[in-house]
Design a protein around this ligand. Structure first.
Ligand code: GLN
Length: 488
């Protein structure tokens, strides 16, 4: 049996039933990474020794217990903006190339409490700014379905690692789509939880009012299990929500009868790829056939979401990134005096896109423009959120495309920042509104690339979107399809 082809829950059952050992499973993933990650480039740091040690410990626990945590001994990958004590956390930036965090993010503590196995830290757009993983300061990641294409981003390394069979599961972060869009480009499942559902403590901040950690997995079942591990209140994160967390595996039932699914016309934009629109429309028909009620809804302020996001996110990034001054955090490039030292440090250690965002953010926050740009963007954000409040008075979930296109070729649009930003049209509204969304495969294009759709839920109602996604997934075999690299 090819272990790497199995979803995490199948591997979990095998570990629990003592059919395989965690050490054997970990070695399988490490061997694949050694022989094949040269082509995909999904990892920045591989932690093979620590992984084997953790696997040995997990095997001892499994030998002594009949009940184990879902992630016990189950090898996964972590996006390189989530702090891991003693292991480099670079954010794919030269600024943090040598940064070794002295503490773990809360999510890592939760994973460790389950005695999981961490295989390494995955590539991303620098400081999570981008949608293709081409903005990594180190190297681009390739899409395991076709190596000439991007894996999406910014959690492209995590998505590619799961899709290529280099990890059974992964964590990413989503500020404007960075979990959902790479999941859809790589043919896997990704969830952005409600803002505040998963602790951000130890996630290197990009835009603090939008950032959220979530799982990237092979299927919806794995997503539910990992949400059970990582969700919950954390006193170390002041924006964490103090609400009880349901058992998400209870949502793994096939039932959409009478479920009201809203379809927002505004998401089917002119620039939408025909095959993507067709696949999502087919899914709508499938839901109807399964007994769901399809309701046309309007989210009229969607057209302002990109503009609002690309002011708010850079404004917050400007503030967050000001700590990299060559003194308290980050690398240092010496200069004649303190000002030239800081200038040299930031000039050399930040990449182009990060600098662009810092400039946009500073401009939007500057005295003369604050009201015209930043304040206006905050007002637009409120209007976007109100659209969803109104829609959710009528429907249970909203179904929409995830991205206007499938994955595109490496190098094809990276030099056109505006076009890059426009790609985020379907994903950023949820971050502005703080809502949960799950991305799952719903088709394969004529070029053999995966197509994804997203199911959006009410705040804190991850359970319903998991149930909706699960029902669809069980009726199709898209989640079972493997990428080119996973088949090797
Ligand atoms: N592509 C978006 C951006 O560049 C989203 C990134 C993210 O979610 N981290 O900001």
């Amino acid at each position: 049996m090819d272990l790497h082809k199995q979803p995490a829950h199948v591997l979990h059952d095998m570990l629990k039933n003592k059919e395989i050992k965690a050490a054997e499973l970990t070695q399988c993933f490490l061997n694949r990474m050694d022989s094949l990650d040269g082509k995909v480039a999904s990892y920045i740091t591989k932690t093979a020794d620590a992984a084997m040690e953790a696997a040995g410990k997990a095997d001892e626990i499994i030998a002594q217990n009949s009940e184990i945590g879902f992630l016990t001994g189950l090898p996964g990958a972590i996006k390189d903006n989530i702090c891991t004590k003693g292991t480099k956390t670079t954010c794919a930036s030269k600024m943090l190339e040598t940064f070794i965090p002295p503490y773990n993010a809360t999510v890592i503590e939760k994973l460790n409490a389950q005695n999981t196995v961490i295989l390494g830290k995955t590539n991303m757009d620098e400081f999570a700014m981008g949608g293709s993983t081409e903005n990594s300061a180190f190297f681009p990641t390739h899409n395991p379905w076709n190596l000439d294409y991007v894996p999406g981003g910014s959690s492209g390394g995590s998505a590619a690692a799961v899709s290529a069979g280099f990890a059974a599961w992964a964590l990413g972060s989503d500020t404007g789509g960075s979990i959902r869009q790479p999941a859809s480009f790589c043919g896997i499942v990704g969830m952005k939880p409600t803002y505040g559902r998963v602790s951000r403590y130890g996630l290197v901040a990009y835009a603090s009012s939008l950032d959220q950690i979530g799982p990237l997995t092979r299927d919806v079942t794995d997503c539910a299990h990992i949400m059970n591990v990582i969700a919950g209140h954390d006193a170390s994160d002041s924006t964490s929500i103090n609400a009880s967390v349901p058992d998400y595996t209870k949502s793994l039932v096939q039932d959409v009868k009478g479920l009201k699914i809203g379809i927002p016309a505004e998401f089917f934009t002119d620039g939408m790829d025909k095959e993507v629109a067709a696949a999502v429309n087919k899914a709508i028909e499938d839901f109807k056939a399964m007994g769901a009620e399809i309701v046309e809804i309007s989210l009229p302020h969607t057209k302002y979401a990109i503009a609002a996001y690309y002011l708010i996110a850079p404004a917050e990034a400007t503030t967050n990134l000001s700590r990299y001054d060559g003194v308290s955090y980050g690398s240092r490039v010496e200069g004649e005096d303190i000002v030239s030292m800081m200038t040299n440090t930031r000039s050399e250690k930040f990449g182009e896109e990060v600098k662009r965002r810092i400039m946009i953010g500073n401009y939007a926050l500057s005295a003369g423009y604050y009201d015209a740009y930043y304040l206006k963007a905050l007002k637009m954000r409120t209007l976007v959120k109100e659209d969803y409040d109104k829609a959710f008075a009528k429907v249970d979930v909203i179904l929409a495309p995830n991205a206007p296109t499938t994955a595109y070729k490496i190098g094809s649009i990276i030099n056109d920042p505006l076009q890059m930003y426009l790609q985020d049209v379907c994903t950023v509204p949820l971050n502005l509104a703080g809502l949960p969304g799950i991305s799952l495969p719903c088709g394969i294009s004529s070029q053999g690339l995966p197509i994804g759709m997203q199911i959006i839920g009410k705040a804190l109602d991850e359970a319903t979107i998991i149930k909706t996604a699960y029902t669809y997934e069980q009726s199709k075999d898209f989640s079972k399809k493997l990428s080119e690299v996973a088949q090797q």
